[in-house]
Write a protein that binds this ligand. Structure first.
Ligand SMILES: NC(=O)c1ccc[n+]([C@@H]2O[C@H](COP(=O)([O-])OP(=O)(O)OC[C@H]3O[C@@H](n4cnc5c(N)ncnc54)[C@H](OP(=O)(O)O)[C@@H]3O)[C@@H](O)[C@H]2O)c1
Length: 272
């Protein structure tokens, strides 16, 4: 299924995960992002929230774009979704099986490598994990694949390895880096959908910037809505992890703001 224009992020919600996932679906979100990483996510709670929404007739499985992640051992705590002594390929298969059980489904829509093994570049470990993820996709357990927390170098080396490119890149999006300009350009050239997270929390300077404040006044919107609308305008798929029902509605409504090209350009280049 095609990704919707917004993803609801389920990190850091602990015992509120199920209720907030259901609330997000009731508010109108049709994309859910999670990870099989108990340290930051309660993937089983996402499954409970989905089940509650299905039971209440809010959505069916086919209405929802479900995305989860495989996380390497150093990114996990002791609550592991795989045998840490198993090979990386086996870990991927075990993590996927556990995700499908948590989420109560036989496939996800996107399966993401949470982060490469090294910040320095794409390694052999990443190659092994990526090949295992491709196998999961070929077996029908995910529709598409993605990578997260990657630099341009990671992506260039992945491409140079001859491996299949991801359908999604999910990165923390810093305004001071031109909103991750180099990675976004790589993605645009290759038809990869760029998912941006921490758009609000990583960019406090954007909320004080005259270009954002002027657009907010002009469109009678909040600065957060302007930032999300800007993200959509430059082709990003934004994530929000808000716990507030009003913010959920505002975030979804940002899609309707008529930001002009000049306003988009001014925000895109607010830090040069
Ligand atoms: N791949 C990765 O490594 C990675 C890393 C981090 C996050 N993520 C994903 O991205 C998702 C989103 O995370 P995030 O870092 O972007 O931050 P977030 O968890 O969405 O936090 C947003 C913060 O901004 C506040 N806020 C204020 N006004 C808001 C508004 N109108 N709309 C939304 N939030 C508003 C929220 O408070 P209220 O709750 O009061 O609204 C919240 O404290 C996560 O849940 C996770 O799924 C992925």
């Amino acid at each position: 299924m095609k990704a919707p224009s917004f993803l609801y992020g389920t990190a850091w919600k602990e015992d509120r995960t199920a209720a907030l996932t259901e609330l997000a679906l009731r508010a109108g979100f049709r994309g859910i992002d999670t990870a099989n990483q108990r340290r930051h996510y309660v993937e089983a709670g996402v499954g409970e929230g989905l089940a509650a929404a299905y039971r209440a007739g809010v959505v069916t499985r086919a209405d929802v774009f479900l995305q989860t992640k495989y996380t390497y051992l150093p990114g996990q705590d002791q609550r592991l979704p795989y045998d840490p002594r198993a090979s990386l390929s086996t870990q991927v298969a075990q993590s996927m099986a556990s995700s499908l059980e948590h989420l109560g489904t036989d496939h996800v829509d996107s399966y993401v490598l949470h982060g490469p093994a090294s910040g320095g570049g794409w390694t052999e470990h990443d190659g092994e994990v990526w090949a295992a993820m491709v196998k999961e996709r070929d077996a029908g357990r995910t529709r598409a694949l993605g990578v997260s927390n990657v630099s341009l170098r990671h992506l260039q080396q992945l491409a140079a390895s001859g491996a299949e490119l991801p359908a999604f890149v999910q990165n923390r999006c810093f305004a001071r880096a031109g909103w991750d300009r180099a990675v976004r350009a790589f993605c645009t050239e290759r038809g990869i959908v760029y998912q941006g997270f921490s758009l609000l929390t990583a960019n406090p300077e954007a909320f004080r910037h005259p270009a954002v404040l002027a657009a907010a006044r002009r469109h009678r919107a909040t600065p957060a809505q302007v930032v999300f609308r800007f993200a959509l305008a430059v082709g990003m798929l934004p994530l929000t992890g808000t716990t507030d029902e009003e913010h959920m509605k505002q975030d979804l409504a940002s899609e309707k703001l008529a930001l002009s090209d000049d306003e988009t350009r001014a925000i895109e280049s607010l830090s040069g």
